[in-house]
Design a binder for this molecule. Structure first.
Ligand code: SIN
Ligand code: FE
Length: 295
């Protein structure tokens, strides 16, 4: 394992404070680009919930089913009102447990983490077709064209709940700095007028900052470069069914190449609350640009 990105922890409880041996604070491990891996932390399903491990609950329009809070309906799901209520409750429970986990592991983020969406991914990764930009079998750091972060970090909790014991298979790439160094020079310059127009026309959820622009460029240039995809430093890792992992997905290069049935919870963290901001993508890109990239 040349890149040495996986950090295993023996935690067996979603609330680290309730664990027999509480895990010490891990902000710096996460911020240095490691994947915190919990091989003994499954998301437990009630017997009647195992029926949700099927593609039939997907409405076919989006690849994921998402939970967006107690008062919003699920997005991307289909089923009877009773089924959907139960699936909603299952995703809400995961969302809550994921919150307990990150608050316990990262006390410095406790009151400042914003709860993002929860996604259930029932589709098989193998054989899925998509455009190159949406192709997550290619190494990338997360950056979504219509969803600028303005510098907020993307912290994600993943759980593999494959009922047949199949792993979620990832490729994990080189650290963020060399990745950014490789593509920064080739990046187009930001176009403020375009960002303003896209925002005004409602094509983005907020105005794209220069940071969002550069993150999008790294995402696209990296995914388009097939030689980079094949030959850059990387390792394959299989997350077994019944395990959980936590990662800054806007920093750790990742690609998913196999598996089915996963839950994911996104959190957003304002960069001012990082313990070591210098290690994060905003500071690294600002250093390369030689100027601030967010207002
Ligand atoms: C991704 O975030 O790129 C995909 C991760 C996964 O579905 O395992
Ligand atoms: Fe991703």
């Amino acid at each position: 394992m040349g890149l040495d990105v996986i950090r295993p922890f023996d935690l067996k409880h979603w609330d680290p404070k309730e664990a027999a041996e509480p895990t010490s604070p891990q902000e710096l491990t996460l911020e240095s680009g490691k994947v915190l891996f919990f091989p003994a932390l499954p998301f437990e399903l009630a017997p009647q919930e195992t029926r949700f491990l099927s593609e039939r609950w997907s409405n076919g329009k989006t690849k994921n089913i998402s939970y967006r809070g107690d008062h919003a309906p699920l997005k991307g799901a289909q089923g009877t009102a009773d089924d959907l209520l139960e699936l909603h409750a299952m995703l809400a429970r995961f969302s809550h447990q994921a919150r307990q986990l990150v608050e316990g592991l990262f006390p410095a983020y406790q009151n400042v983490l914003k709860q993002g969406f929860t996604s259930f991914r029932p589709a098989r990764v193998e054989g899925r077709r998509s455009s190159w930009r949406q192709d997550d079998t290619r190494l990338h750091v997360d950056s979504f064209p219509s969803n600028p972060t303005g510098g907020e970090r993307l912290l994600r909790v993943f759980t593999n709940l494959n009922p047949a014991g199949r792993p979620r298979v990832w490729r994990i790439g080189e650290p963020f700095r060399p990745h950014a160094q490789r593509f920064f020079k080739a990046a187009e310059a930001p176009r403020p007028l375009k960002a303003w127009l896209m925002d005004t026309m409602g094509l983005t959820k907020s105005r794209r900052t220069d940071y969002d622009h550069y993150m999008g460029q790294l995402h696209d240039l990296g995914k388009k470069d097939l030689l980079y995809q094949e030959t850059s430093p990387q390792e394959r890792f299989e997350f077994p069914s019944g395990t959980t992992w936590v990662v800054f997905s806007d920093q750790v290069l990742h690609a998913v190449i196999g598996g089915q049935f996963m839950l994911e919870q996104t959190f957003k963290l304002p960069p001012a609350h990082l313990v070591n901001p210098a290690a994060g993508p905003l500071a690294i890109l600002e250093e390369m640009a030689g100027r601030p990239l967010i207002p």
